[in-house]
Ligand binder design. Sequence first.
Ligand code: BGC
Length: 286
Amino acid sequence: GEEAAESTAPQEGDTVSVGVAIYRFDDNFMTLYREELENYFSQLSEETGVTYELDIQDGKQDQATQTEQINNFITQGKDVMILNLVDVTAANAIINLAQEADIPIVFINREPETDDMKIWPGKTTYVGADATQSGTFQGEMIAETSNQGDINGDGQINYIMLQGDPQNVDAQQRTEFSIKALEDAGLTPNALSEPYQANWDSARGQEFTANALAQFGEDLEVVFSNNDGMAMGAIQSINSAGRTVGEDIYLVGVDAIPEAIQALNDGNLTGTVLNDHFNQAQTVVE
Ligand code: BGC
């Protein structure tokens, strides 16, 4: 609570050691996020005279590796941990260990189960974006195109979904709510396939989109991508197949990373939704 936080607030000259575990460094969005965490902590250090010592670890998309890193944070007696888990089901065990060692946790980007967040209330919290809203905006952007996503005029929106890590609520909710927005607009979405498990990864986004273009040809009207990274891969395949975004196919992503803004300006992307790494990182630090 407020009072507890005030009574233990660090003073000028103090050092606060922060263990930061990122699920994988090789991720466009989490790289921007990580950079802003570093920036904002050093800004805060300058402003307050408190030294924030960051120890940032790369989980390399492997929970066993990451659990070891977190165990090290605990052994080293970090003051606080910022955790972007590889696998949110690990949260339960990690919270119990952190509680024994009295090290509060801010979870970021990958939301643990509600039950796990009840284990140590007040000392664990989550910072993330509302992924239902990002999904809704994606669907709305398609519904707002001149032909409402129905390029061939057959009354349906034939789409594929490039899905992020299905364990991540961001992936689940964007997948669900992008399609729900089409239905809510009175349109008829038609999935040409099960969601492709592209795991937030650009290379896989490219590969699955290439396969889908080969398999469904002109029928494919909309590519929904849970993030911009995968959408950037999709652009390659769309171009190689001789298709043109905005003319005979639509493509939407999430994050608004610089590469996506560039693609928007070049006409290679129909739309993206801001996933505000800047304010999320600053909120985490605060
Ligand atoms: C972002 C993705 C990122 C993922 C990592 C999502 O919120 O949109 O770009 O890969 O988080 O967990």
